[in-house]
Design a binder for this molecule. Structure first.
Ligand code: NAP
Length: 488
């Protein structure tokens, strides 16, 4: 086909008789309108995948040096005429400036890659607005969830999924094929009316982090201040001893496991326990839970990752503890004191055992939390079946919580019963954080009791306490349906 003369890719909008688009490397170039970050990364990726690329700019001279040598940077009209499939890599606010390209873009596939600034409940979406501006073209929504960075570095860095929707199946097929060739995984989201949801995906993913992050930060601030008052302020007020050097490492290090354990117990496991106990109490699983519980359940992964982050940071901080100058001085002073006072042996069997045990159990807990975090990655979750996934996330999740609780119990040892550990009548933080996790673990143990477990299993399979289904056997050869008996 001669350069500049685009053959109509698709004959007629709304018609089912389309010409199959050819997207083989070397065939008509892929067009990109706009020369911004997204356009540059996309052009690089397409050129790497063997495609010819033509980029349309308002001022081609300005951006030509930013693109790979194999990509042609030209005027918008020239690019639009050469390509059969054109990416619209400009912000939706500027779509109207492209209307003069309408005749050359007629019959072609336009890929809308734009994202919204906020969650939209109703249309029209950016893609639908583009379709209204170009009624003779075939608009496909896609690639908006892929960042310029992911395009640049390849699909191994970031999500591989590209959500695609559009009214023309042929146009969608050509974009899907392109996705595959670029190493991404296309996910068909249906007609163009679904583009509102597709455009919401990046904003929604971010919003699912807001509550877990807010809770984690609030807990961190609360426990940090609590530990600061107990461990730094109280000795300063009572004895004038300055322990402010503890603020950057010691106080942070006792705060992090508190946040990790409270989130692992309350944020992560409670939303799973509440449906169990409610179903058991109501005698049915068909009663609706409050919407906030649904939202909480959806955000469990984010809660889990926040807890994991705090646990990892706690491990790193703990490893650094002996390296600090303050710790070395303390050790030396203790040794001098020991020599001066003529003490023979500072070895206290109980202390040694306590430390050996709580470090070991803590490492186990971190290992299990790491396993949960790894299996929450979409690529790993996709490679295991749902039974394996629920075993890891539920059973091993409870094992991780038990290990973390045991780690805290061993760390606390008998100090919870010593009045000297209650400055200003404030209990140590390990006492506070143990309460929710022990409650959750006891709740789990109750569910494991045979009498509760059997009832729960029946409820999960649809049994209802106040409503029984009785099947009557056919008397005259015809099969009677189930008879619904209420309030038996
Ligand atoms: P950008 O860097 O600001 O580039 C936008 C480009 O639009 C400009 O370089 C400009 O190129 C072109 N343009 C055409 N008409 C224009 C006009 N009237 N006024 C201003 N610019 C005009 O933006 P971007 O980051 O590449 O994003 C482009 C689109 O991709 C957006 O819809 C965005 O939502 C979407 N997206 C971006 C990313 C990302 O990671 N950046 C990820 C997913 C989706 P010329 O001056 O050469 O014409």
């Amino acid at each position: 086909m001669p350069k500049g003369m685009a053959r109509p890719l698709i004959q007629e909008r709304g018609s089912r008789h389309f010409e199959t688009p050819m997207l083989d490397p070397g065939a008509p170039p892929i067009g990109i309108l706009g020369t911004g970050d997204f356009s540059r990364s996309l052009a690089n990726r397409l050129v790497t995948c063997g495609y010819r690329v033509v980029v349309g700019s308002r001022i081609p001279k300005r951006s030509v040096c930013l693109f790979p040598a194999d990509a042609e940077v030209t005027s918008q009209i020239e690019a639009a005429s050469q390509a059969d499939l054109v990416f619209i890599a400009v912000y939706p606010e500027h779509y109207s400036t492209l209307v003069e390209l309408r005749p050359v873009l007629a019959g072609k596939v336009l890929v809308d890659v734009s994202n919204g600034l906020e969650i939209k409940r109703h249309g029209p979406s950016n893609a639908e607005q583009l379709a209204d501006l170009f009624p003779d073209s075939f608009v496909v929504k896609g690639f908006n969830v892929i960042s310029a960075w992911t395009l640049q570095t390849g699909p191994l860095d970031g999500s591989r999924q590209v959500f695609v929707c559009g009214d023309s199946s042929q146009a969608k097929a050509s974009v899907t094929q392109l996705c595959h060739k670029m190493g991404f995984t296309p996910v068909d989201m249906g007609p163009l009316s679904s583009s509102v949801e597709v455009e919401n995906i990046p904003t929604l993913s971010l919003s699912s982090w807001s509550i877990p992050l807010f809770c984690s930060l609030s807990l961190f601030v609360f426990f940090y201040l609590y530990n600061f008052i107990r461990d730094v302020l109280q000795p300063y007020i009572m004895t004038g001893k300055s322990l402010f050097y503890k603020m950057p490492i010691d106080t942070v290090n006792v705060t992090l496991p508190c946040v990790a354990l409270v989130i692992a117990g309350t944020g992560l496991r409670t939303p799973g326990c509440v449906p169990h106990s409610s179903s058991c109490g109501w005698g049915t699983k068909y009663r609706r839970f409050p919407a906030c519980l649904d939202r909480w359940l959806i955000q469990r992964k984010q809660f889990g990752l926040c807890s994991f982050l705090c646990a990892v940071l706690h491990a790193i901080y703990s490893l650094c503890l002996p390296m600090r100058k303050s710790a070395r001085y303390k050790l030396l002073n203790a040794a001098f004191k020991q020599v001066k006072e003529g003490m023979e042996d500072a070895w206290i069997d109980e202390e040694v055992w306590r430390m050996e045990l709580y470090v070991s159990v803590g490492i186990m807990a971190l290992g299990l939390l790491s396993l949960l975090a790894v299996t929450s990655l979409p690529s790993v979750a996709n490679s295991i079946n749902w039974r394996e996934f629920s075993f890891i996330q539920s059973t091993l999740g409870y094992c991780a919580l038990s290990a973390a609780t045991t780690h805290t119990l061993l760390y606390g040892w008998d100090r919870a019963f010593s009045p000297s550990h209650y400055p200003f009548h404030l209990p140590p933080t390990f006492v506070l954080v143990l309460i929710p996790s022990i409650v959750v673990l006891l709740g789990r143990l109750v569910v494991l009791l045979p009498c509760v477990g059997t009832r729960l299993r029946r409820i999960r399979r649809g049994w209802e306490e106040n409503r029984h289904i009785r099947f009557t056997l056919p008397s005259n050869g015809s099969c009677n349906g189930p008879e619904d008996i209420s309030d038996v």
